[in-house]
Design a protein around this ligand. Structure first.
Ligand code: FAD
Length: 563
């Protein structure tokens, strides 16, 4: 006969998020009728100290041996409550979170319907929690060295922080020098400070640390192991490879500017009178504009390669509006009698001091034309821009000596291959995908792998630098703990049932399953397993199950709904 359990159910109002849409008093009473529920109670915020104290008190007094919290999604607070119960020496895997916010109150209009739905969700959670078994995390030693891939400003800042925290860094840069695109920027918006000086200083500080090992003209071509204990294979320019042992990884491989040749209607590559903002940055920096005969009529075209469905880049490149405002302003300062126009859809000046900087550019005489250029072509010694003035709603033309295409950002060359090597995930545009846009912007779905800067998406320098500091902090969490704590929700194999067919090995995205050649049975490398369950779903003989989600535990959940 199965053991009788004492389940405590703690219901959260989440302020009005749940309390405003569900009749909590009625729900508390309904939950009391569920078999084996010995406590059904509510709190304004279960995650508050007061809420957690109530759970702890019930555990201390031995009133319950299973805990259910009905609140927000497990992504938000499962860890909080697991920690809360473990502080009372209670196994955290005997805890079940039931989401009655995202799954219920936020998406159900009628209060009675929402109350009943919450009850059903809790009933299923109670049914499941009674089948759970205690699990224990495992601990692994850690190599306190971070591999930083990419030596642009993001990589430099992240590496410096890690070195300053007393750990080691292996920095791999594809080019023969550090700096990335920041090396090619003259003055930075909005304060027009010289970026090269800032970069030079940052590189000097970085290189002053003895814990740094730098590989220039090199790339990472292989990665094995698990968080805390990776082995990276680095390919150097003389085609030799070396291996480095590392504990965590930060990807900071940045971006590449959009290739303007992919918009042939703008005649880039056909005339020296059509350039990109990357080339204009260089001309302004080197003071070489005279080689183009001091242009008197200059036209910038915004959003070339961004916000453009026709070439598959629907996203905004975020920096281009400000890059153009900067270059147009500097151009007016250099050639005051030049007529400088900017064709734009709308201006996105979102950063601190950016709106004021955009206004400064306008006040200097830069003309902003709300227009959609469709074609640029040679006409005599000028370039003719054909465009639709979207305010006047009619086609217009403008003759210019120089056309500057404001090119957007795309994932760096080879990003797809690197994503594959690191077993990371690409977003729909090919950038590295973060684990969660709000709650895990620097993490990836691969433990121990973090991202910073433009490899995650277009960014200006302030955002890049902020992310780099954050990624450095995330990448060293294990180092401070001196160990990696591995959650026990991993695949497990019943060796008596396993036939060693290898289907699970082929489906595993994390390389966690291998055939034991001697025994002809599969084995799980628990440190690598992410507990996704793909192998368990694939195994034709049912030899694999996922701890915490065994068939009996999942079925109990379903039966809870149906009962
Ligand atoms: C014309 C222009 C002007 C700009 N002006 C400004 C400005 O005034 N103010 C501002 O805030 N921002 C400006 N920006 C944006 C700024 O350049 C970026 O925010 C910044 O460079 C992002 O830094 P990052 O380190 O993420 O990427 P990157 O600068 O791209 O650095 C990435 C590094 O990684 C290396 N790398 C790539 N792939 C690999 C690989 N597989 N293995 C090893 N190494 C690899 C690259 O060689 C590079 O060194 C401008 C951008 C452009 C194009």
């Amino acid at each position: 006969m199965s053991k009788k359990h004492k389940v405590g159910v703690f219901i959260c109002h989440c302020g009005k998020n749940i309390g405003g849409y569900i009749n909590i008093a009625q729900l508390v009473e309904m939950v009391k009728t569920i078999p084996d529920v010995v406590i059904s109670t509510d709190q304004k915020y279960m995650c508050s100290d007061q809420g957690q104290a109530e759970i702890k008190k019930a555990l201390q007094e031995g009133l319950i041996d299973r805990v259910v919290v009905a609140s927000c999604s497990p992504t938000m607070h499962e860890k909080t409550f697991r920690k809360c119960v473990s502080e009372e020496d209670f196994n955290p895997y005997l805890y079940q979170q039931v989401d009655i916010r995202e799954n219920c109150s936020w998406v159900t209009k009628d209060i009675q319907e929402a109350t009943y739905k919450a009850y059903e969700l809790i009933k299923a959670g109670v049914s499941r929690v009674k089948t759970l078994e205690p699990l224990w995390s495992t601990e692994y030693p850690v190599t306190p060295t971070t591999l930083v891939i990419g030596g642009g400003i993001a990589g430099i800042i992240a590496a410096t922080d890690i070195l300053e925290a007393g750990f080691k860094v292996v920095l791999v840069e594809r080019e023969d020098q550090l700096g990335g695109w920041a090396r090619r920027i003259g003055k930075g918006f909005p304060h027009l400070t010289p970026i090269k000086d800032f970069l030079k200083e940052k590189i000097e500080v970085l290189q002053s640390h003895s814990g740094l090992k730098t590989y220039l003209s090199s790339e990472v071509v292989g990665l094995e192991g698990f968080p805390g204990n990776f082995k990276a294979t680095i390919k150097q320019a003389d085609d030799t490879t070396v291996e480095e042992e590392i504990g965590s990884i930060i990807v900071a491989t940045g971006f590449k500017p959009f290739d303007a040749r992919r918009k042939p209607e703008f005649a880039y590559g056909e005339s020296t009178q059509v350039i990109t903002t990357v080339e204009m940055e260089e001309l302004l920096e080197k003071g070489e504009l005279s080689t183009n005969g001091q242009p008197k009529e200059v036209a910038f075209i915004q959003c070339v390669g961004s916000r453009d469905k026709s070439i598959g880049n629907e996203y905004c490149s975020r920096t281009c509006c400000m890059v153009v405002a900067k270059q147009a302003l500097l151009l007016k300062e250099l050639i005051p009698d030049a007529r400088v126009s900017v064709f734009y859809m709308d201006v996105r000046a979102f950063g601190k001091g950016y709106e004021e900087f955009f206004e400064k550019a306008q006040r200097s005489g830069v003309i902003y034309i709300r227009g959609n250029p469709s074609e640029v072509y040679k006409s005599g010694d000028k370039m003719l821009i054909r465009y639709e003035d979207t305010l006047l709603g009619r086609p217009q033309e403008l003759a210019a000596d120089l056309v500057v295409l404001s090119v957007g950002m795309e994932p760096a060359e080879g990003a797809a291959e690197l994503i594959n090597t690191l077993r990371a995930t690409a977003d729909k545009d090919g950038f590295f995908l973060e684990a969660h846009p709000k709650l895990g912007p620097l993490d990836t779905f691969s433990d121990g792998l973090f991202i910073a800067g433009c490899c995650q998406g277009p960014k200006d320098l302030p955002d890049t630098v902020a992310q780099a500091h954050g990624a450095a902090a995330r990448a060293t969490v294990y180092f401070h703990q001196d160990k990696v704590i591995k959650e026990p929700v991993v695949a497990t194999i019943d060796a008596d049932v396993c036939s060693g067919c290898g289907l699970c090995e082929s489906i595993c995205s994390f390389d966690a399953l291998h055939l034991d050649e001697k025994k002809k049975r599969m084995t799980v490398q628990e440190a690598v397993c992410k507990g996704c369950g793909a192998c368990a779903a694939t195994c034709p003989s049912g030899a694999i199950s996922l701890k915490h989600f065994r068939p009996s535990q999942v079925l109990a959940w379903v039966e809870g709904f149906l009962s």
